[in-house]
Write a protein that binds this ligand. Structure first.
Ligand code: HEC
Length: 129
């Protein structure tokens, strides 16, 4: 009998723990996970200042205006975009660069999972600061 009364609170406690564990990652992005996702970007991007590869250095990119990294030749499309790389814009860009900026030369299919995008943005902030 007492066994039966225990089961529901226990189930609720487990659920609450699960929710608590998931929430912070979904809201803010996990830089450690983002570091792993950044492997997909590393073929074209460095996080070191002044190191441009196929794409520009992404050091300190969050909060800056698009197409302003020195000594890198951007596409006319990105230069004319007038974008600022805040969280919301980066999220759209990383979902599908060519949808946000038609004509961009960043040939990347995008990260379909919101969690992956949030994690990599968190990593860009941490590693590029
Ligand atoms: C195949 C190469 C390639 C890959 C992979 C790639 N990028 Fe890019 N990226 C570029 C190029 C090229 C540009 C310049 C785009 C332009 O001028 O239109 C760019 C531009 C950018 C910019 C804008 C920079 C600025 O100064 O305005 C950001 C931010 C960015 N990439 C982030 C990422 C992230 C994050 C990833 C991984 C999830 C990634 N890129 C993957 C090639 C790549």
């Amino acid at each position: 009998m007492s066994d039966c009364r225990l089961r529901l609170p226990l189930a609720l406690a487990v659920m609450a723990l699960g929710i608590a564990a998931v929430r912070p990652a979904a809201a803010a992005g996990d830089a450690d996970k983002g570091k792993v996702i950044f492997n997909k970007c590393m073929i074209c991007h460095s996080l070191q200042t002044g190191v441009n590869k196929i794409g520009p250095s992404l050091h300190g990119i969050v909060g800056t205006k698009a197409a302003e990294v020195p000594n890198y030749t951007f596409s006319p499309a990105l230069m004319k975009s007038g974008l600022t790389w805040d969280d919301a814009t980066l999220d759209k860009w990383l979902t599908n660069p060519r949808k946000l900026v038609p004509g961009t030369k960043m040939i990347f299919p995008g990260l379909p999972k919101e969690e992956d995008r949030q994690d990599v943005i968190a990593y860009l902030k941490q590693a590029g600061s």
